[in-house]
Design a protein around this ligand. Structure first.
Ligand code: NDP
Length: 248
């Protein structure tokens, strides 16, 4: 295994399960120390127990991405201990699906708050740190439905489409400080989030995926790692679709 992120410090929001967990493991395997920020903090010895060596390089930290002051405090604690933060992955996200006519304001607000405001909060809190370092890699996790839409997900797709504009604007603002900001837009990935879908919904997705398989979280983590590495040092403000051809 290459050590592309040797001695780097990474923060992954929603990093204790699903896609975020896979990203955290990928970074740790390649040499980084990872802070996995999550709303509900699980027992990290259980979460990352597959490999003791990896578990030593990942720490679960309780945090709510919608609260600026608490996120800023967490980032300051990390910098105090480790000296810097090289990589931020804005991965925390939720769904509250409903058809438009049935969607409550609460369902709309909570999804926009976590998925879009959460990325704003974490990016704003880390911008000053990365500007001081004159180095940073930020990867936002969007979704295929931010580009193609999906019935029953007007709140979720709006939040993910908003992330594209946010990625491009912040990429322009921070490029001069060597802070590169890109977005990975997954298709249908096997995680606790998609476990909630009905068999019928899963079948419809699968029929529309040219590669005829659901993505594993590692398929997404590999592309995130590429965007966090020196291999992509001339890329910023880009959207990378990882969806097996579902959206072309
Ligand atoms: P999961 O539901 O498995 O994990 C989401 C994580 O985000 C959880 O650990 C959750 O923490 C955390 N989280 C939610 N709200 C907050 C908050 N306010 N503060 C901190 N952490 C929070 O989702 P996935 O792994 O499937 O999804 C990860 C990302 O990928 C999301 O942004 C999602 O929209 C996106 N995505 C997923 C796809 C898929 O098919 N799975 C497809 C396209 C995009 P807790 O468990 O404590 O609530």
């Amino acid at each position: 295994m290459s050590q592309k992120f040797l001695n780097q410090i990474a923060v992954v929001t929603g990093g204790c399960r699903g896609i975020g967990k896979s990203i955290a493991i990928k970074f740790a395997k390649e040499g980084a120390f990872v802070f996995a920020l999550d709303y509900q903090i699980p027992d990290e010895n259980e979460v990352f127990c597959e490999n003791a060596e990896i578990a030593e390089k990942i720490r679960c930290v309780q945090a709510d991405v919608t609260k600026f002051e608490s996120i800023e405090a967490r980032f300051n604690e990390i910098v105090k201990e480790k000296g810097r933060i090289d990589i931020l992955v804005n991965n925390a996200g939720i769904t509250r699906d409903n058809l438009l006519i049935r969607m409550s304001e609460t369902e709309w607000d909570s999804v926009l708050n976590t998925n879009l405001k959460g990325a704003f909060v974490c990016t704003k809190a880390i911008a000053r740190i990365m500007m001081g370092q004159r180095y940073g890699r930020i990867i936002n996790i969007g979704s295929v439905v931010g580009s193609m839409g999906n019935a029953g997900q007007s709140n979720y797709s709006a939040s993910k489409a908003g992330l594209i504009g946010f990625t491009k604007s912040t990429a322009r603002e921070l490029a001069s400080r060597n802070i590169l900001i890109n977005l990975v837009a997954p298709g249908y990935v096997r995680t606790p989030m998609t476990d909630q879908l009905s068999d019928e919904q899963k079948k419809i997705f699968l029929n529309n995926i040219p590669l005829k398989r659901i993505a594993e979280p590692e398929d997404i983590a590999n592309v995130v790692a590429f965007l966090a590495s020196e291999d992509s040092s001339y890329m910023t403000g880009q959207v990378l679709h990882v969806n097996g051809g579902l959206y072309l």
